[in-house]
Design a protein around this ligand. Sequence first.
Ligand SMILES: Nc1nc2c(c(=O)[nH]1)N[C@H]1C(S)=C(S)[C@@H](COP(=O)(O)OP(=O)(O)OC[C@H]3O[C@@H](n4cnc5c(N)ncnc54)[C@H](O)[C@@H]3O)O[C@H]1N2
Ligand code: MOO
Length: 418
Amino acid sequence: MRKPIKVEEAIERVMKWSYEGEKEYVSIEESFGRALAEDIKATTDVPWFDRSPYDGYAICAAATENASASTPVLLEVVGTVGAETVWEGPIEPHQAVKIMTGAAIPDGANAVIMVELTQEVIKDGKTFVQIKRRVAEGENISRIGEDMQEGCLLVEKGTVINPGVVAVLATFGYYRVPVMKRPKVAIIATGSELLEVYEPLEKGKIRNSNAYMLKAQVRRAGGEPIVYGKVKDTFEATFEAVTKAMQEADIVVTTGGVSVGDFDYIPNVYEKLGAQLLFNKVGMRPGSVTSAAVADKKVLFGLSGNPSACYVGFELFVRPFLKAMLGQKNCYLKKVQAILKEDFLKTNPFTRFVRAKLSYNDGMLHVEPAGKDKSNIVSSLVQANSLLVLPGGSRGFKAGTKVDVLLLEDEEGAPKWS
Ligand SMILES: Nc1nc2c(c(=O)[nH]1)N[C@H]1C(S)=C(S)[C@@H](COP(=O)(O)OP(=O)(O)OC[C@H]3O[C@@H](n4cnc5c(N)ncnc54)[C@H](O)[C@@H]3O)O[C@H]1N2
Ligand code: MOO
């Protein structure tokens, strides 16, 4: 008899074998969605010169000290600076330089007045700017380091590169970006009943949906899936596929063949490999048959063949392992609390992870099952944006109960939820 262990314990046993993967460089164009392999610190102040945040006139503030609507001051406009030009040489207090947004503040100027607040006046063939209010020293100047100061930590290693991180990388000239290599995840679907997706249905056979689902889950988690196709339910075929995958991939994931049926060969494969079994039964639904073992320091995940159990097994066990390889400190699905929208009255001997829909309404998070709950169900995965966690040892839960929910679509990861 297999002895179930707690989900938290199972995760811990797997994560003991987790390690950080390797680094590689990609161009900044390819970096979006990858995990950073190094902390990114500001290599200069930003901005690195004082800039104007507006189109206007760069002036010496003191020259406007007595300016008012009835006593405007006129400053001579001695030039114009745009995005590409820099005003060489200082300006005098009675002078102004017309300046465009983003341009460098000329030496001698210490404030900018917006163009809308001024008027240009031509007198004796010279251009002047008329100012009718006092301008304070430092007004409208984006100071050196206002945005980021040299040496400050901006993005932590392991962060998944989002458009904002791309902007920071570009700001500091990272045309080649250090990222974590995508862990290679082998996907082996076992089962003689499996058809290729393009094959017509035959009695007793079903299409291999798990391999494609897992491939997408691996991608979503930041890994590189390698699909080894489907493997017939024989010991030899299963053993051969697993040993080949162990040579080529960092993580080996199988689906199916892990239970106690006559054609479930994964336990025998682990045995023949001399693998150290981490667990072969977990106190959870779906996915109680989920197994994990270590052979040649490689972790082998034996996920259930039932689609929903396979899906949940990946998210709870494979995903954090993969995230740790990507250098992420927070590897686990992010947890929030929400109000259960409807009764869920099944008894729960084991902790149940219900594929669920989380929504926001009236200032609160609400959660409901995304569809049918059995582990052979595929359809409820479509709408599932979360897993509703119902602790074991209960007789079901009433609508209105506050429950824990794990978010499936959060790419950043989170501190451990359990
Ligand atoms: N006597 C017992 N029978 C079963 C037990 C048990 O404890 N005692 N556990 C049940 C539970 S719980 C589950 S879950 C399943 C798990 O079985 P396996 O992980 O060994 O998976 P298979 O038997 O190979 O397949 C189960 C089910 O899933 C379908 N399947 C398999 N692979 C795929 C795929 N790639 N794509 C889509 N669907 C797939 C397969 O056809 C089966 O219908 O065992 C229970 N039995
Ligand atoms: O592993 Mo099974 O999914 O508990 O139904």
